[in-house]
Design a protein around this ligand. Structure first.
Ligand code: SAM
Length: 211
């Protein structure tokens, strides 16, 4: 993909980092592009992916530092994540491969004040959503052309291991409903290039699904 819609939003996600270096978890890290950006901010990064091929490819690319990256092959839905441990948890284009309820587990893994960001594809639910999608088409074509030309001039790019088939794209309305239930106080923001951003800051009031 000449213009990567997930990578395009890296700067926006990095703006949401809590203050201080801290510990980050990148869920479904793929070849580690965002994990390396987190490490570059000084965070200690745990980067987890279900695919052994992804973990191997990412590990081979190391860390730019100053933060260390530990890559690990695991299914985050069954992995025993530590509770109240991470300052920042990111899921970039990975949550739709898992049940949405996985966010409750990720929430428990945050320290108070910690931030969870989910960047996910979602289907439109309203006329405004459809209008945004239509507006993105010409801009996307232009961005793809620019990136394609830049990559040709730089000798091309290696796409990395194949990405597994998707689980299911939720609608934006479903994301709003489920985020309100499982991540109270979160914001759900549809973005231009077919991604929706969910941002949640842990306030330490307990799990809404308990009791
Ligand atoms: C579309 S790729 C996104 C990769 C990367 N986050 C990026 O932005 O390029 C989705 C990744 O999620 C991983 N994944 C899917 N289900 C997972 C699970 N249950 N636990 C951990 N990783 C998972 C896949 O192996 C794949 O590498």
């Amino acid at each position: 993909m000449p213009f990567n819609h997930n990578d395009h939003y890296h700067p926006l996600l990095l703006d949401l980092l809590p203050p201080g270096p801290g510990i980050a978890l990148d869920v479904g890290c793929g070849t580690g592009r965002f994990a390396r950006r987190l490490a570059a901010t000084g965070m200690a990064v745990e980067a987890v992916d279900l695919s052994a091929a992804m973990v191997e490819a990412a590990s081979g690319l190391g860390s730019p530092g100053p933060g260390e990256i530990v890559y690990r092959q695991a299914d985050v839905t069954t992995d025993p994540l530590p509770e109240a441990h991470y300052d920042f948890i990111s899921c970039l284009a990975s949550l739709h491969h898992m049940p949405f309820e996985t966010v409750a587990k990720l929430r428990r893994a945050l320290v108070p004040g910690g931030v969870l960001v989910v960047l996910t594809p979602a289907r439109p639910s309203s006329p405004k959503d459809w209008a945004r999608e239509a507006a993105a088409v010409p801009l996307n074509a232009l961005a793809r052309l620019v990136v394609h030309v830049a990559e040709r001039l730089n000798g091309g790019s290696d796409g990395g291991p194949p990405v597994p088939t998707l689980f299911r794209f939720p609608t934006i309305a479903e994301l709003r409903r489920e985020s309100a239930r499982l991540l109270p106080g979160s914001t759900v923001r549809p973005l231009l290039f077919w991604r929706t951003l969910i941002t949640y800051r842990e306030h330490g009031d307990g799990d809404p699904t308990d009791g």
